[in-house]
Write a protein that binds this ligand. Structure first.
Ligand SMILES: [Zn+2]
Length: 292
């Protein structure tokens, strides 16, 4: 693990020292932000589905709603409002009672369901981008979609900062092009690339880069969904961070796994769709919608 500002080509293992991968990591870092969640939903279950394992924060949801915690998320999409009747409902517009802003849009971030459980928690979430320089803070406004079994949650942040939307849109496009090129390069070069990279915010701190290799791959009930176990070093605060698995992830299609936590002496990810399953018969939707 090292601060992202110290990351360079030599940081990578020898067989992965490729200029496009260096630039891709920098772009992943730009899209990665720190989450500060200040609320615990009273809808959190006591146990994981079909399991006796306790679900995170259930106890706090019983005692009281307030609980400040830090995690990580990644921007996976942006959208500008095109409905001339729809007004901005970002945190600032809502709190200032301003109901006239028609130039606005949405930023979508992905994290785990255990980090942000539902809309009540999204509404009390601050998402800090560009932590190290010209910081921008977005507030969660809703949950677009989530899945408790596969442990992912896509949060929507409304914003009237359309310059930010343009900037993130450019970064996403660059990231997606670079990811495709890096994937193709290493799939051609190595029989099966195993490199996994995580850029995350350790508890309240600036971004950190960490890499390792994946050890196990599991298929979910829907066999197009997988999750991974890996030996990438992380710290508190890494939950919800994007796990870039070389040859597998494709941010343009939201084939994205996020870091859940530690088990079996290593880290493990949420379930996600993946590039190797990119067949024409796969439904591109991330999964079943749950009520919030
Ligand atoms: Zn607004």
């Amino acid at each position: 693990m090292l601060p992202i500002s110290d990351f360079k080509k030599d940081t990578l293992p020898k067989e992965y020292r490729h200029n496009s991968l260096v630039s891709l990591v920098q772009n992943i870092s730009i899209l990665t932000g720190r989450l500060n969640i200040d609320y615990v939903s009273d809808k959190r279950p006591e146990k994981y589905p079909d399991s006796d394992d306790p679900y995170p924060l259930y106890d706090k949801s019983k005692k009281g709603a307030h609980d400040s915690r830090f995690a990580t998320g990644i921007v996976v999409g942006v959208e500008k409002n095109t409905d001339t009747d729809a007004l901005c409902y970002c945190f600032d517009c809502r709190s200032q009672g301003s109901t006239t802003t028609k130039k606005w849009g949405k930023v979508y971030l992905l994290t785990t369901k255990t980090v942000i459980f539902d809309k009540s928690e999204a509404l009390k979430t601050k998402f800090t981008l560009f932590f190290d320089n010209k910081t921008r803070v977005l507030s969660g406004s809703s949950v677009k979609d989530s899945d408790i079994n596969y442990d992912w949650c896509e949060v929507e942040c409304a914003t009237c900062d359309t310059t930010l939307i343009d900037k993130l849109s450019d970064n996403l496009e660059r990231c997606s092009t670079e990811m495709k090129s890096v994937n193709s390069h290493f799939i051609g070069e190595l029989t099966r690339p195993k490199l996994a990279i995580i850029v995350f915010h350790p508890f309240k701190q600036p971004k950190t880069f960490s890499y390792g290799f994946w050890k196990d791959r599991f298929e979910g009930n829907k066999n197009t969904w997988t999750n991974y176990e890996y030996n990438v070093g992380t710290e508190r605060g890494a939950a919800g961070a994007f796990v870039y698995i070389v040859g597998v992830s494709d941010i343009s299609k939201r084939y994205v796994h996020v870091h859940c936590g530690l088990r079996n002496h290593g880290g493990y990810s949420s379930f996600g769709l993946e590039r190797t399953n990119d067949a024409s018969n796969i439904n591109d939707n991330r999964g079943p919608r749950v009520d919030n």
